[in-house]
Design a protein around this ligand. Structure first.
Ligand SMILES: Nc1nc2c(c(=O)[nH]1)N[C@H]1C(S)=C(S)[C@@H](COP(=O)(O)OP(=O)(O)OC[C@H]3O[C@@H](n4cnc5c(=O)[nH]c(N)nc54)[C@H](O)[C@@H]3O)O[C@H]1N2
Ligand SMILES: Nc1nc2c(c(=O)[nH]1)N[C@H]1C(S)=C(S)[C@@H](COP(=O)(O)OP(=O)(O)OC[C@H]3O[C@@H](n4cnc5c(=O)[nH]c(N)nc54)[C@H](O)[C@@H]3O)O[C@H]1N2
Ligand code: SF4
Ligand SMILES: [Mo]
Length: 757
């Protein structure tokens, strides 16, 4: 179909999910522009969005379920056969080895979260709690700290960057990675405004740092020292906000005592920052009318990950920059991205991993320990794994360990749009329709005050042989005997006859058949879903979400111009989503009502987290990192650049520059190693080695090198062979190099050496 019509959808290349409009022709996305009607992005986009057709059309797209033969090759099988055999083998492994032998990995990437709701149904059907995701190799430290501070790991914060007088950006490069609204415009606006200050804490002079008023170019992995020193200055100089602590927090005195003991000069020098700078920034933040702190992987995937998450929050909590305009603030979830897991010690329902004994956080398990849970003689090992929307062979720490472990599974099922490195290890590959061929949504919009949601319609018919995930999971659950083969004709009849009566009929059905409870999404899909227009059946979990959200946050929903109460307001909200292909506002909150998000019984923020204060004290006796002699360089293993986007693209031609993802190195370091611009070198860690191309770059500190994330996949080379483009980064990383509490990898701090090739 050729059309000069602009069709609204969203970019799926990072968590901002900017609203875009596209033109399509013959199955291709031919033109892309920002969608001004999108309530958050308002027409903004970055250079990557123009390349989306390389995601939609490429040589590795799957077009049939595949089953692995004994010799390792694949044969195409029908959906009926694939579903029946996968269901049978899952059931069998579950029956023989129990629920702890089964796990899910993923279930939603950067822009496809609708399928994730249905994937949870499979987790329920297996009776397991082992849900591994990429989020548990970056954000679980943050979630854990939130749980302690605010009472639940699902109490989540957002920033007030757009209105803050002082913006502190730590370990993130929003110019490239985004993560904040319309990042480049927002950063430029702060940088241009003489009344506002941008502070960047990053070992590299990033594009973001180049715009900053102050750039603290710290030594990699020393954030905990630097932040502790700043916080110490605040309490030593009495810069805390006493009335805030009186009204809203408890435990401040223990925190003050621990911070007061921090040797400021020693810690500053450990971080490679002059003490005067530390004092200056501490005062600047504390004395500002408002300040907001934005962090990401540079803090979370580096040494002291969980402690960093704690200290980063103290940076705005100690001076009382919280839940005010221009400060970090709670937001509400339309559909929760993260749950709450009790500490195992609390004796409540939560699991630790069988072999490695790692706890569940936010109902999630960390990819770092997955290989060890499979590749073991332990009788309780993982034997069956379903991977959805992840290329974990390349993105998990230690590619070799992943390869070895996945090959030991009794059953590996991969659900993906592409024949990835991970899919090529599966017993069954189930081909999904692309994100432009099905109804989709993303739950990444975590904003204050105004929350937005976008239900995207398909731009194309499904690629032949593929199914959307909701349908894949429905068929699996039917075959596993969890859902009736004939659906729910009675309830479907009610949905057809009366939307008013439907909620009561649904509630009655679930009460009568409590075993359906965990599969409510599928019940909706098969009933209400069948009466929605244009095959929007899969969107019905958002009907349920709209009902819940409208009842919980009625006032905030009404502030967006909707009226009604209870079920009526929920219906109005869902109708707005279905009728707003460019996305719609779903709520507008006020700061005053956000204190209700706190889940501690006393309604206060509990600042005193003993494990973290112990970790803070332990910094004083921490030796310098080991391995420095054999591996003299610190590798930032995976930064975000102009043309990387996780593993979403396979065709390397999508990149306009940096086709082989160069290793950046300070010119002086390169000279000493005898490496010139463009030279090939070997980058070697204790785990492995990879060839790299050298790019001289004086934005890095001496002794620090960087390689980009998101490369290393192979693709047909045009000569009947396949060629990998760029670094296969996780051949260098070691799963054991990780945070002790969360098992989050220290990817931004990998010891390596470099030699000419
Ligand atoms: N272009 C592009 N954008 C993306 C993605 C992508 O693949 N490509 N991926 C998306 C995803 S999944 C994520 S999670 C986000 C990640 O977004 P970011 O976290 O912003 O991305 P990174 O570039 O990995 O790392 C951020 C910064 O940490 C710095 N850093 C390294 N070590 C340290 C340290 O010890 N201390 C401090 N303070 N800083 C350090 C690096 O120099 C880098 O500038 O990006 C998202 N956006
Ligand atoms: N060394 C190092 N490793 C890293 C990082 C790093 O900085 N350094 N970053 C880490 C981070 S922050 C993240 S988030 C992870 C990301 O790594 P992963 O968790 O592997 O996620 P993606 O790369 O986003 O995976 C995208 C996969 O989803 C598939 N896909 C796309 N659309 C669909 C769809 O509609 N349905 C289905 N079923 N599949 C689809 C794509 O083909 C691709 O295989 O990587 C992590 N790995
Ligand atoms: S990559 Fe991210 S910032 Fe760029 S257009 Fe896509 S969603 Fe927006
Ligand atoms: Mo990520």
């Amino acid at each position: 179909m050729s059309s000069s019509k602009w069709l609204p959808t969203a970019c799926i290349l990072c968590s901002r999910n900017c609203g875009i409009e596209v033109q399509v022709d013959g199955g291709h996305i031919t033109r892309v522009r920002g969608d001004r009607a999108h309530p958050l992005s308002e027409g903004y986009l970055c250079q990557k969005a123009a390349r989306l057709d390389y995601y939609q059309n490429h040589a590795d797209r799957l077009a049939s379920p595949l089953r692995r033969r004994v010799d390792g090759s694949y044969e195409e099988v029908s959906w009926e056969v694939a579903i029946a055999e996968v269901a049978e083998r899952l059931r069998d492994i579950r029956a023989r080895h129990g629920a702890r032998a089964c796990a899910l990995y993923g279930g939603g990437g950067q822009g496809n979260h609708l399928g994730g709701i249905y994937a949870r149904g499979l987790v329920q059907a297996l009776g397991t709690r082992f849900h591994y995701t990429a989020m548990a190799q970056e954000k679980t430290g943050d979630f854990w700290v939130n749980g302690r501070l605010f009472g639940r790991q699902s109490c989540h914060l957002t920033e007030g960057v757009e209105h803050a007088e002082v913006v502190v950006v730590i370990g993130t490069n929003p110019w490239q990675a985004h993560g904040i609204r319309n990042a480049r415009e927002t950063l430029r606006a702060i940088s241009r405004d003489p009344a506002r200050t941008l502070v960047v804490i990053d070992p590299r002079r990033t594009e973001t740092a180049a715009l900053a008023n102050l750039h603290l170019q710290l030594r990699p992995g020393t954030d905990a020292f630097l932040l502790a020193a700043m916080l110490s200055v605040m309490v030593r100089e009495g810069l805390e906000d006493r009335s805030f602590h009186q009204a809203r927090t408890c435990g401040f005195e223990s925190v003050r005592a621990a911070l007061a003991e921090v040797p400021v000069e020693q810690f500053a020098s450990r971080a490679g920052i002059a003490t005067e700078e530390v004092v200056k920034v501490a005062r600047l933040i504390a004395r500002a009318k408002s300040a907001s702190v934005r962090v990401d992987l540079g803090l979370q995937q580096s040494l002291h990950s969980t402690l960093n998450s704690y200290l980063e929050k103290l940076l705005f909590l100690v001076p009382g920059h919280f839940n005010r305009r221009g400060c970090n603030t709670f937001h509400t979830f339309f559909v929760p991205l993260v749950g709450h897991s009790d500490d195992p010690a609390a004796g409540k329902e939560s699991w630790t991993t069988t072999v490695t004994g790692v706890r569940e956080i936010g109902k999630l398990f960390p990819p770092n320990v997955l290989p060890a849970e499979i590749a073991t003689e332990h009788s309780g090992r993982l034997r069956a794994l379903v991977v959805d929307s992840a290329n974990v062979v390349l993105t998990g720490a230690d590619t070799q360990a992943y390869r070895a472990a996945l090959s030991k599974l009794e059953l590996l099922v991969v659900i993906d749009v592409a024949l990835t490195e991970t899919a090529r290890m599966a017993h069954y590959v189930l081909p999904a329709s692309s994100q432009f061929e099905k109804w989709e949504t993303s739950f990444f919009q975590l904003e204050f005050p105004t929350q937005v949601a976008q239900l995207r319609r398909p731009l194309f018919g499904a690629h032949p042989g593929t199914l959307p995930e909701p349908e894949i999971y429905r068929r699996l659950l039917v075959a596993m005997g969890k859902l009736p083969r004939g659906g729910f004709p009675l309830l479907r009849g009610v949905a057809r006859l009366s939307r008013r009566l439907f909620p009561a009929a649904l509630a009655a059905t679930l009460k009568l058949r409590p075993r359906l409870g965990p599969y409510a999404a599928f019940v909706l899909y098969d009933t209400l879903g069948r009466v929605l227009p244009e095959g929007a059946a899969a969107t019905t979990p958002l009907w349920a979400a709209a009902q819940q959200y409208a009842s919980r946050h009625a006032e905030a929903v009404r502030r967006t111009g909707l009226s009604g109460n209870g079920a009526q307001l929920g219906e109005a909200l869902f109708a707005r989503l279905l009728g707003s292909p460019s996305g719609a506002r779903i709520s507008t909150h006020e700061h005053g009502e956000m204190w209700r998000v706190i889940r501690h019984a006393d309604g206060r923020i509990h600042l005193d987290v003993p494990e973290m204060l112990d970790a803070l004290r332990a910094l004083r006796s921490e030796p310098e990192p080991a391995n420095a002699a054999a591996f003299p360089l610190t590798l930032i293993a995976g930064d975000r650049r102009s043309y990387n986007a996780n593993q979403i693209f396979r065709d390397p031609r999508w990149r306009k520059t940096d086709g082989d993802g160069a290793l950046r190195i300070h010119p002086e370091d390169a000279r000493q190693l005898g490496l010139a611009e463009g030279a090939t070198a070997v980058c070697e860690s204790s785990r492995g080695q990879i060839p790299v191309r050298v790019a001289l770059d004086d934005t890095l500190l001496r002794g620090v090198v960087s390689l980009p994330h998101g490369y290393g996949n192979d693709y047909p080379d045009g000569n009947a062979g396949r060629r990998a483009a760029g670094p296969m980064l996780n051949l260098l990383t070691d799963a054991a190099h990780c945070d002790p509490l969360t098992a989050t990898p220290y990817h931004k701090n990998v010891r390596v050496r470099l030699r000419p090739r």
